[in-house]
Structure formats: C-alpha cells, structure tokens
Design a binder for this molecule. Structure first.
Ligand code: SAM
Length: 271
C-alpha cells in the first residue's frame, strides 16, 4: 500500500454502493482471488468518464469483466467498449458476466495476447484503460498512442508497483528488475512524450492519467534534455531526466539528506 491505510479506509468509507450486479461480481472476484480495480480507482474512473463522455473505450486486461461493466455504467448511452483478455479461464466468466448484466451488445471481448491484438485494432478510442501485465505497458504504448484519439484519455493502473518503482534498482529483487526498469521507462515516456500530458497520482497502487494533445505541442512539452537553459543557470547543474529513473533516485536522496539535515538542526536547537 503506497498511501496511509487509514486515509484510504476513510476515503472509501464515504463511498456509496455500486449497482447490485457490480457489487455481486466484485464479491465473486474477491472470493476467487481475481484482481479487480480498487474502490479508489473505481471512483476515479467514474469521474473521468463523466467528464470525458467517451463513445469508444478500449480496455487492456478484462479479468472477469468488472471494470468493463463499471465503465459501461458511467459512459454515455451508445458508448461501445472493447476489452482484451488472454487468460482462458477468465474469458468465459467475463462473457457470462456481460450476459448477466445484459451488456453483450455494449462490451466486445477480444481473446488473445494484448500485444498482438493491439496491432490489429483500427480507428480511434477516446478512452483507454490499461490494466494488464505491468511489464508490458511500455511495449503497448506505441499502439496506444496510435489508437488514442486527440483529446482522448489514457488511464494506467498500478504504476507504482506497491512502491517498488521508487526503489533503487539494486534494492529491487533481481527477478523484478526488468519489470521495475520497464515501468520507470513507461512513466518517463508518459511524462516526456510530446503527444501526452500526464499526471501521476498516488492513488491505489499508483495511477497515471494522460491526455493526448491536439495538434502542435507547446514549448514547455519538449523533453527536459532539449529545454532551454534556465535564467539562473542552474540547469547545467541538474542531470537531464533519465529513463531509468536515476534522477528520481537522486531527488529522493536529496530529500532524505535535507530531512536529516533539518532533524539535526532541530536537535541542535533543543540542546
Ligand atoms: C488486474 S487484471 C484486470 C482487472 C480488470 N480490469 C478489472 O478491474 O475488473 C489484469 C488482467 O490482464 C490480463 N492480462 C495480463 N497480460 C495480458 C496480455 N498480455 N494480454 C491480455 N490480457 C492480459 C490478466 O490475465 C488479468 O486477467
């Protein structure tokens, strides 16, 4: 958990119930250990969908259809959802849930590996929800950028990997290093790609919300490496943003150092 548990409990305690079918499917998912979006992400999706009013939604990672059904309830009438899943055990359950909710005509499930399915998709989507294998997000991104309409919204879930993404790569278990590096690269791309404007939120296990720009990129959207030198000249002292997140590590180290310094100063004042 990347946010204080008490804060999350408090926020979620204010929540109202979902529709009966969503409550049932969520319970069934929890009972059978199927991962579904957390309450915090549910609220965020509801608000974003009501703001964005998408008519075409793409989801990567259906599981048993909970989030697709939730999105169908908050998207405007006439919106169509395409969702991709490759785990054969979950596919019939998802289809059954879409039928149970009477949403077979609204939600189309495509079976297969997202990397291959994305290649075959055409047209544009005004809302894309990424919720599949986290280590693959960076590979999906070129397709997502092609498929996302101008002004469209991309929501990526679980981008903080239980806080692991802020760790130095050496503090991460060897077997998790590839996924760690890929997620950092993904976040870097979301923040530096001139086609996107992205906010990364410490919500749930970390969420990134990106909007695809219309037309020309503004001056300040250029990658940090190309940005003009700052007036006070301190840019030269700053390392350019790094895809592997080492700049983030430096920032964290600086913050820790500063906190330690403040602590020592306070202790000195007391004496
Ligand atoms: C976190 S779950 C999705 C939960 C769902 N969005 C919800 O909240 O109801 C992630 C799903 O992505 C699927 N997945 C993982 N890698 C995939 C891939 N390469 N192609 C298609 N689906 C994939 C998994 O089988 C899993 O069911």
């Amino acid at each position: 958990m990347i946010v204080d548990e008490r804060i999350v409990t408090f926020i979620n305690s204010l929540d109202t119930e979902n529709s009966r079918i969503l409550e049932e499917i969520e319970k069934e998912a929890h009972a059978s250990d199927v991962p579904v979006i957390r309450r915090e992400m549910q609220s965020l999706l509801k608000v974003l969908l009501m703001l964005q009013k998408p008519m075409r939604i793409l989801e990567v990672g259906t599981a048993i259809g909970f989030s697709a059904l939730l999105m169908s309830e908050y998207a405007p009438e006439g919106c169509r959802i395409t969702t991709i899943e490759n785990y054969e055990k979950r596919i019939p359950i998802a289809r059954g849930n879409f039928a149970r909710a009477g949403k077979e005509d609204v939600i189309a499930l495509i079976e297969g590996d997202a990397a291959q399915v994305l290649e075959t998709l055409e047209g544009t989507y005004d809302f894309i929800f990424m919720d599949a294998a986290k280590g693959q997000y960076i590979h999906y991104l070129p397709h997502v950028l092609r498929l996302l309409a101008e002004g469209g919204c991309l929501v990526s879930d679980n981008v903080m990997q239980d806080g692991g993404v802020i760790q130095s790569r050496f503090a991460v278990e060897r077997r998790n290093r590839t996924i760690h590096a890929r997620m950092r690269e993904y976040l870097y791309e979301l923040k530096h790609n001139p086609l996107l404007e992205t906010a990364i939120l410490p919500l749930g296990d970390g969420a990134a919300i990106s909007v695809k720009r219309n037309g020309e990129q503004p001056e300040e959207a250029r990658p940090a490496e190309q940005a003009p030198a700052q007036k006070d000249g301190n840019q030269a002292e700053q390392a350019p943003a790094q895809k592997d997140g080492s700049q983030a590590e430096q920032a964290l180290a600086r913050q820790e150092e500063q906190e330690q310094h403040q602590k020592t100063e306070k202790e000195g004042e007391k004496q």
